[in-house]
Write a protein that binds this ligand. Structure first.
Ligand code: DHB
Ligand code: FE
Length: 289
């Protein structure tokens, strides 16, 4: 049986990818950002997930205004890093997991989620920057990835609560996949940031830290945050946090926090990162010892 063993959330700032690719991660500005990911890089070496369901958003890299899918599931054998205007990142091509992706598509549509199925998809910094942060510089990514892109760039965007329900449905779908697979689910984007308009540069540490706290044991409060609340409290791009709710919902009711990091700023963004384990998985591991 496939099992979701952990959830990870992280911001996905493109300038982090540029600093990483250009060997500037040790610069005074960037060193504290990258240090926040030392823990997870070591931890992933022993966790060895088989597949990551990577909930992110496309930033008009693969999906422009002609087609605006609310939830788009990556069904391809592989996903090429997107050219976001300055050439594609020189990172490995992302390998998909067709069988689990097809199972997710089937189960989620049966569960009333009207997914868009992407048989071809270039993945942008929302997907590749988190992979670099978790796995560092590698010749091949050590996991297969099922990208799940959520529309947060064009209204109407889905509500946080709808994303929560999708996360619950993903958990059920993974549980019914017969092959033994160690699956992680990631949510990328956020935390507070605004890239345009009079409030450009907005950061709200109080909102962000309260969101991080809520992920542990106050999830009903997070589910109720509206799109207008995100806009007001966390800036125009803060709504990327709804991807974190898909991740959190897929872990079940009780989680333990394994690691947390918060740093302001990286580019225009408050960087947040958290690693969560479903308590049911922690209990199984203890019983096996
Ligand atoms: C920045 C952050 C993002 O999440 C993004 O998608 C693009 C830019 C930034 O802070 O520069
Ligand atoms: Fe973004």
């Amino acid at each position: 049986m496939a099992r979701i063993t952990a959830g990870i959330a992280t911001s996905h700032v493109p300038a982090i990818g540029a600093a990483f690719d250009q060997g500037r991660s040790g610069d005074d500005y960037w060193a504290p950002v990258f240090a926040g990911y030392d823990w997870v890089k070591e931890w992933e070496k022993s966790e060895k997930p088989d597949v990551v369901i990577l909930c992110y958003n496309d930033h008009a890299s693969a999906m422009m205004l002609d087609v605006v899918p609310t939830f788009a599931l990556g069904m391809a054998e592989e996903f090429t890093p997107a050219d976001e205007g300055w050439g594609a990142r020189e990172v490995p091509v992302v390998q998909g997991h067709i069988e689990l992706a097809a199972h997710l598509a089937e189960q989620l549509v049966l569960d009333d989620f009207d997914l868009t199925l992407m048989n071809s998809l270039d993945v942008d910094h929302g997907c590749t920057v988190p992979l670099s942060l978790m796995f560092g510089k590698v010749a091949e990514w050590p996991v297969k990835v099922i990208p799940l892109a959520v529309n947060v760039t064009q209204f109407p965007t889905p509500s946080g609560n709808r994303c929560w329900m999708l996360g619950e449905a993903i958990a059920h779908a993974v549980e019914s996949f017969p092959e033994d697979l160690n699956v992680q689910i990631w949510g990328t984007g956020g935390m507070s940031h605004q890239l345009q308009g009079p409030r450009a540069g907005l950061i709200n540490p109080e909102f962000d830290n309260s969101f991080l706290d809520g992920l542990i044991d106050d999830t009903d409060r997070l589910r109720a945050i509206t799109r207008l609340d995100y806009l007001r409290e966390s800036g125009t791009e803060g709504i990327e946090l709804i991807m974190w709710l898909i991740m959190r919902a897929a872990l079940g009711p009780d989680v333990e926090e394994l690691h947390r990091f918060y740093h302001v700023p990286a580019s225009n963004t408050a960087v947040g990162h958290i690693v969560l384990r479903p308590k049911s998985i922690g209990a199984l591991a203890q019983a096996a010892e």
